[in-house]
Design a binder for this molecule. Structure first.
Ligand SMILES: [Zn+2]
Ligand SMILES: [Zn+2]
Length: 129
C-alpha cells in the first residue's frame, strides 16, 4: 500500500507533459535581493538580482567606485615642454614623460601599464613573494 494521501479531486497533471526547459526558465520564484545588507525578498525570475527598490537605478544607491589613482602631481614651473624619466609605479621600468607648461597631473605608469587590464595582468605574473 502506498502512503500517498488520498486526494479525492486530484488535479490532472497534464501540464507536466509539456514542461520543457523553456517553461522552466520563465518560472518566477522567491529571490533575495543581492544588494549589500538588503533583506528584501521578492518574486522574480531567477536571474533577477535586486528587489523592487534596488532594481530601480534611480533609487539604488550608487556603489562607490574606488577610483584608482593613476595620476600623480608633478608641480613645476617650466614654461617649455620638457622630458623627464621616471619609474613606472607598476613594473618599475623607467618611462619617459613629457611635462607640459601649466600641467601638473601625469600618469604614474609607463605607457603599457596605463591600461588597467594590463596592470592587473602584470601583477598576476609578478606576485610579491
Ligand atoms: Zn534590495
Ligand atoms: Zn609599467
Amino acid at each position: 500500500m502506498s502512503e500517498k494521501q488520498n486526494q479525492v479531486e486530484a488535479p490532472v497533471k497534464e501540464k507536466k507533459k509539456y514542461f520543457t526547459a523553456e517553461t522552466k526558465k520563465k518560472k518566477e520564484r522567491l529571490m533575495r535581493c543581492t544588494y549589500n545588507d538588503c533583506e528584501n525578498t521578492f518574486i522574480a525570475f531567477p536571474h533577477a538580482r535586486f528587489c523592487e527598490y534596488h532594481k530601480d537605478p534611480t533609487t539604488r544607491p550608487k556603489t562607490k567606485r574606488v577610483e584608482k589613482n593613476t595620476m600623480f602631481k608633478f608641480p613645476h614651473e617650466y614654461n617649455v615642454k620638457i622630458l623627464i624619466e621616471r619609474a613606472c609605479d607598476c613594473c618599475g621600468k623607467p618611462y619617459r614623460l613629457e611635462i607640459y607648461p601649466g600641467r601638473e597631473d601625469y600618469p604614474c605608469f609607463c605607457e603599457e601599464h596605463q591600461n588597467d587590464w594590463k596592470r592587473k595582468h602584470w601583477k598576476m605574473n609578478h606576485v610579491e613573494k
